[in-house]
Design a protein around this ligand. Sequence first.
Ligand SMILES: [Zn+2]
Length: 167
Amino acid sequence: MKKCYKCKKLKPLTDFYKGCDECKICKKEIMRVYMRKYRLTHPRNRENERKYHLTPIGRAKARIRRVRYLKNNPWILSLYWIKRRCNYPKQSYFARGIKCLITSQEVKQLWFRDKAYLMKRPSVDRINSLGNYTFENCRYMELIENQRRKKEYILLVKKFKKTIHRL
Ligand SMILES: [Zn+2]
């Protein structure tokens, strides 16, 4: 048995790294804090990090990390497309004044509520097509279904315009 000088607990020798006076849990915590501090304060390190991301290997690794992240969090991609549609001045949704008021956590909730992981090509649909992107107004749907709804809506608008023209 050995006493950890950090948490002041008696622990068996297997809970210590060789030649350390702290237990494994305390040592990990110390290293975590130290590494974060080191990364933030050490100028050479930060510079190296930046340079590393400019190398082909660094870029490839970053890409792999990104792909893995999107594979584990696929709803982030739908949020990306929503934001793109709403926030870029050249997009039609921006001109129509439709806003993105949904957060990534809410999109995640929708993903599991509507079982989007079972769909072939899931896409976010607004229940009221004149409303904003909010948690209450959104649901996940197959892309084909969504496009069919959109076409119907456009046809309806065309018909409406024609009848107005006749009057
Ligand atoms: Zn300890």
